[in-house]
Design a protein around this ligand. Sequence first.
Ligand SMILES: Cc1cc2nc3c(=O)[nH]c(=O)nc-3n(C[C@H](O)[C@H](O)[C@H](O)COP(=O)(O)OP(=O)(O)OC[C@H]3O[C@@H](n4cnc5c(N)ncnc54)[C@H](O)[C@@H]3O)c2cc1C
Length: 446
Amino acid sequence: METSQGRAKGADNPGKAEKELEMSIEIVDTLIVGGGQAGVAMSEHLSNCGVPHVVLERHQIAERWRSERWDSLVTNGPAWHDRFPSMEYSDIDPEAFTPKENVADYFVAYAEKIAAPIRCGVEVKEVQRNVGRPGFRVETSDGVIEANNVVAATGPFQRAVIPAVVPEDAGITQIHSSAYRNPDQLAGGAVLVVGAGSSGAQIADELLLADKRVYLSVGPHDLPPRRYRGRDFVWWLGVLGKWDAATLRPGKEHVTIAVSGAHGGETVDFRRLAAQGMTLVGRTESFKDGVMYFATDLADNLAQGDANKLSVLDEADAYVARNGLDLPQEPEARKIEPDPQCVTDPILDLNLAEAGITTIVWATGFTVDYSWLKVDAVDEAGKPKHQRGISAEPGVYFLGLPWQSRWASAFIWGVWHDAKFLADNIATRRKYLAYNSSVRCEYEST
Ligand SMILES: Cc1cc2nc3c(=O)[nH]c(=O)nc-3n(C[C@H](O)[C@H](O)[C@H](O)COP(=O)(O)OP(=O)(O)OC[C@H]3O[C@@H](n4cnc5c(N)ncnc54)[C@H](O)[C@@H]3O)c2cc1C
């Protein structure tokens, strides 16, 4: 392991310092917190730059892929795309959508391949800046470590968000999409799925196929075509430069994206789901006396999703024409079925008991949690203060954030490139710190 044991040279708190002087403290150059895909990518690039490091993962490598997602989940992009550049999936057709267990196995194998120094079962409890000397004091479930740099690779989707709409004692089971596993887990009765991004759309579809009565609350969303003119949408987004978009188009709010690799990969089609028996409702707004109230925006949200899909088709057609590509025409991709009755005559309030709804699945997203990072890298709202992952606190980095450098940042292939950028920055900064500095010698030798 590329670390050294050393003695702490004083600390901010004299009592603590004395105690630490008595015991040996491990010193590492760069500590990565989190052993998901981001932590693995960071380890690879730091190794390539010759930067000694350790990765601490509180559970197992790629744990969220293994145990924090529903059983039938497959990747949203085909296997040729949703992977790191230097290793293919050994057991998955490149055009297929990878089951989540295989994604977790892939990152375990990848970590082995690059000999990533990952310690599983170690949780980082707190990171503080040393006072009067460089580096950080990192308290873990396995003792204290001192590090020159800390990379927070704890994921873009850390804490499940359930809006405070329905009180806990309302007599209805409420779970977040991250706790949903399969239809058998839910009690009998109808289900209201709130949120129609990739998670909500896929979970609602699965529940409908399991003969559940399903209500789906559809908010604003983007709805790219799964495939067009023989190419998957991930390819179109790549050649059209959309994964590289550094920010949203001016004037465009971030909305969730409804895309799915289920059933071999199909375009999400809310009207088709309605034709199969699902009841669509608008954005969930409030709840009172057993009645859920929905916004009047359902038809608008579907229309905006259609507009998003058509705009991708237009750009794809223009790309084909400009480059003289021989890709088959696909006019039927533009066909939009008439709005079903639940859209033309929307339900605006629903007595949940009368509708037989026993469970609400909140597919309403996640937020970050950096409460363990007690340095000047997080704002008052708990959000990272950073530029492309380089935080306001020198030596502290973030990785895997949504839109960290571009749209692809929180996805499998995007995080690998962001990690490369950060590793380069860490290696460069080490050179400045090492310049003519005896203080840094100990760290440099680790
Ligand atoms: C339902 C769903 C489906 C997705 N599908 C796709 C897809 O198909 N394709 C795609 O490219 N992306 C997909 N993503 C997005 C993204 O790829 C995943 O969210 C991925 O898990 C992010 O990897 P990460 O390493 O950044 O974070 P995580 O996977 O969240 O890993 C962070 C790790 O940090 C650990 N950790 C956290 N705090 C501490 C601590 N204090 N100490 C030690 N360890 C800690 C956690 O245990 C975890 O293992 C999906 C996301 C979701 C939610």
